[in-house]
Design a protein around this ligand. Structure first.
Ligand SMILES: [Zn+2]
Length: 128
């Protein structure tokens, strides 16, 4: 499975032109609700993709989930910038914001954009 994951992973990494990032791929179990997850460290350009092996037995699903997680990596510099800005505002005693609510909304919107882009790319580019 890890060989197949790396093949798909490298395919989409090239399509999205994700360069300079150090990836780690981990086969996981029991990720809960999600079939795959990604954690990015923007400052050191490192990311870890977790693939739940209980969900991704179907190649189509695996392909979808790897692309989805790589789009999160693609957007990471933007999302992290917004998150840092929100934290900066939150720590300013003169400004009151509901950080948790805004952060949750940001994450929900990111999720929707990532899923939309995943579907668009899958419609137009075939992994073979
Ligand atoms: Zn996602």
């Amino acid at each position: 499975m890890i060989k197949q994951i790396k093949k798909i992973f490298n395919f989409w990494k090239k399509v999205l032109k994700i360069r300079g990032w150090k990836p780690t791929i981990v086969l996981a179990e029991d990720l809960g609700e999600s079939a795959a997850e990604v954690y990015t460290v923007d400052t050191s350009k490192e990311f870890t993709v977790l693939i739940d092996k209980n969900y991704n037995e179907d190649i189509k699903e695996l392909n979808h989930n790897i692309l989805h997680e790589l789009i999160h990596v693609f957007l990471a510099p933007y999302v992290n910038y917004i998150t840092d800005t929100l934290l900066f505002i939150k720590n300013n005693p003169n400004i009151k914001i509901n950080y948790d609510k805004i952060f949750k909304q940001l994450k929900n919107r990111e999720e929707k954009i990532v899923e939309k882009l995943t579907k668009i790319l899958l419609e137009h580019i075939n992994y073979t």
